[in-house]
Design a protein around this ligand. Structure first.
Ligand SMILES: Cc1ncc(COP(=O)(O)O)c(C=O)c1O
Length: 487
């Protein structure tokens, strides 16, 4: 498929001109576009590498060209500040965290926030007030507006509200209601839309967060758009956020040698997204996603979608309450169709506007074949083996209240730590983040006390075959705690 030549990106043109005729600049990068002469594979991997400075343009010119492109993209999203990032949504989340308050300030944060935001809070010295999202039947849903209202009433001086919309599994909150509640209290809303760069550019897609009033929006262009790995954008409307602090926050984590290749791909991918060609590609994606959901459901699988949940309709999530996800993943990997995430009870293959339709059909065929094969096996198996519903056992465990926060995440991060056996960890302060997947909501974050209830919840999740993410010891035999911390 070739795109209409009307599509145009100044950054992309400059990238191509330099990649085709680099000359022999006496600048970085050190490969000088000649690595292929000594090692062809190294040349192949380096060849498209064009630096921003000295490649996209000489130093001063490159800065201006990039700023112009960012300003155009800001206008297209209704923002008045925008930076293209080469460090993923990770860098973008950290940039915003560094911009919203002073060390010691409180911020409201959804508990399913990505760990990059947690590290941003640690860098910025902010104290999170956690908001727990709703979970139904093991599926992470959004955050209830009442949860936000109650948190604001209890913490009216909070400096910002951080949301993740859509969640990793595509589910969304009533964002409009939440943003209204926060704004009524004068609190800016930052939305990590890492998985939703495509939102807002097709009539069947939910609006993007800035269009419904959010103050800042972060997304990974590389996740759902045809952009280079690491590509991200952070946007803001600066009525409630300070543009100078945003700029400083962004530059604090920005490399001084950005890859022009990544920046050009961000520019071109977002130009494509908002073009008629992009609209058509998004329509095709939505059709493929809906068709996949229907075929999987017809085979008896549980597949949430926009008819059953408030959800990104481009997302495909296959739920396997009887387990088998890892076996299906193995088969998909053998066939070169590996999913983005696979757990015993859930598969998340990422669909984008550039999927080969035949590959999506094949993906669905294989999931259905394998699920049916596993179900047949399970019927012949002893009760309690393959047929044991794994996720639902975990669902039976009530979520205890969050453990008490005895230190800020920052203080726990910098404190001397010790590794102790589980029995000795009770009453100690965690230096780790530990999150069972699914639903991916941390049971412990740095600074929180390890209680009987948290241990019970983590052990129940592990016994149910749920992956224990981020823990230094996923067997839960040992924990990393603040040295000398005792209740
Ligand atoms: C919600 C969320 N935010 C941020 C990130 C970080 O994105 P990146 O990998 O682009 O740094 C991720 C990564 O998966 C994510 O799921």
């Amino acid at each position: 498929m070739r795109m209409d030549p009307v599509l145009h990106s100044e950054l992309l043109d400059r990238w191509r001109a330099f990649a085709e005729q680099p000359g022999h600049p006496f600048t970085i990068p050190g490969h000088k576009h000649r690595a292929g002469e000594v090692w062809p594979e190294l040349g192949a991997v380096n060849d498209g590498d064009v630096p921003l400075f000295g490649g996209i343009g000489p130093m001063k010119q490159a800065t201006a060209v990039l700023a112009e492109a960012e300003a155009r993209t800001a206008a297209a999203w209704g923002a008045d500040w925008c930076r293209y990032g080469t460090g993923g949504s990770t860098q973008a989340n950290q940039a915003v965290a560094l911009a919203v308050g002073q060390p010691g300030d409180e911020v409201l944060v959804v508990r399913n926030a990505h760990r990059s935001l947690l590290s941003g809070l640690i860098m910025a010295g902010l104290t999170p007030i956690w908001l727990t999202p709703d979970v139904a039947d093991g599926l992470l849903l959004g955050i209830a507006p009442e949860t936000v209202r109650a948190a604001i009433e209890a913490h009216p001086r909070a400096k910002a509200l951080f949301l993740v919309e859509p969640s990793y599994v595509g589910t969304m909150s009533d964002r409009e209601a939440i943003i209204r509640i926060a704004h009524d209290a004068g609190i800016p809303v930052v939305v990590d839309q890492a998985w939703g760069a495509h939102l807002g550019f097709h009539e069947e897609l939910p609006a993007h967060a800035l269009a419904i009033g959010a103050d800042a929006l972060v997304f990974s262009a590389h996740k759902t758009l045809p952009a280079y790995s690491q590509a991200s954008i952070v946007f803001a409307r600066t009525e409630r956020l300070d543009p100078d602090r945003l700029e400083r926050g962004f530059e604090a984590g920005n490399t001084t040698s950005p890859a022009g290749s990544i920046l050009a791909s961000i520019d071109a991918a977002t130009i494509l997204l908002r073009s008629p060609e992009g609209h058509a590609l998004l329509g095709d994606l939505l059709g493929r996603a809906e068709n996949a959901r229907q075929r999987l459901r017809a085979a008896g699988l549980t597949v949430p979608g926009p008819e059953t949940h408030r959800m990104d309709p481009a997302k495909l999530v296959v739920r396997l309450p009887h387990g088998g996800g890892l076996a299906i993943e193995r088969r998909l990997l053998e066939l070169g169709l590996g999913p983005e995430q696979a757990e015993e009870s859930m598969l998340v293959p990422i669909l984008t506007m550039l999927d080969d339709p035949a590959a999506v059909e094949r993906l669905v065929d294989v999931i259905v074949e394998e699920a049916l094969r596993l179900a047949a096996l399970a019927q012949g198996a002893r009760p309690g083996s393959l047929s044991e519903p794994k996720a639902s056992r975990r669902d039976a465990v009530a979520r205890p209240p969050l453990p008490p926060a005895r230190m800020t995440p920052r203080d726990a991060f910098f404190a001397p730590h010790a590794t102790v056996a589980a029995a000795a960890a009770l009453g100690r302060i965690s230096t780790e983040i530990i999150a069972p997947y699914p639903p991916g909501i941390p049971v412990l974050v740095p600074g929180e006390e390890i209680t009987e209830a948290t241990l019970t919840e983590l052990r129940a999740a592990r016994a149910a075959g749920v992956r224990i993410a981020y823990a230094a010891d996923a067997t839960l035999e040992t924990f990393q705690v603040v040295a000398g911390s005792h209740s």
